[in-house]
Design a protein around this ligand. Structure first.
Ligand SMILES: [Zn+2]
Length: 123
């Protein structure tokens, strides 16, 4: 057995075996790459759809919150002291005062309930 393997014939057999093993390895790698490429398309589409479905509620909630914040800013921007020093909300030329303490109140504080109602109606 050992004597037959030694010599030129035994060396050729080893070379053929190595070439066959390398060929087999390349074949397996090719098969794996082609399989991965074929599977990447449906799994990629599935991942995109799933990701879209999972993130849509979050995105919509963020948009709704941003819209509500913008609406609040817009409504509250009307309850300010205007250029003439009056109330931008009700048009009064006299500064608003707290009914109990008599302290000056900014229009946004004085008209707090009306501002909140305006925001709630238009929300
Ligand atoms: Zn006012």
């Amino acid at each position: 057995m050992a004597s037959r393997r030694s010599g030129p014939a035994g060396g050729l057999g080893t070379v053929i075996g190595v070439v066959l093993l390398i060929g087999l390895a390349i074949l397996i790698i090719k098969w794996a790459l082609i399989t991965a490429a074929i599977l990447a398309v449906p799994f990629g589409i599935w991942w995109l759809l799933d990701h879209e479905k999972r993130t849509r509620p979050v995105r919509e909630a963020q948009q709704a919150a941003a819209a509500a914040a913008a609406r609040r800013t817009e409504v509250e921007s009307r309850a300010v002291v205007d250029a003439a020093g009056g109330c931008g909300w009700c048009g009064s030329r006299i500064a608003h005062r707290d009914a109990r303490t008599g302290a000056l109140m900014p229009p946004r504080e004085f008209h707090r309930d009306e501002v909140e109602q305006a925001i709630a109606i238009t929300a």
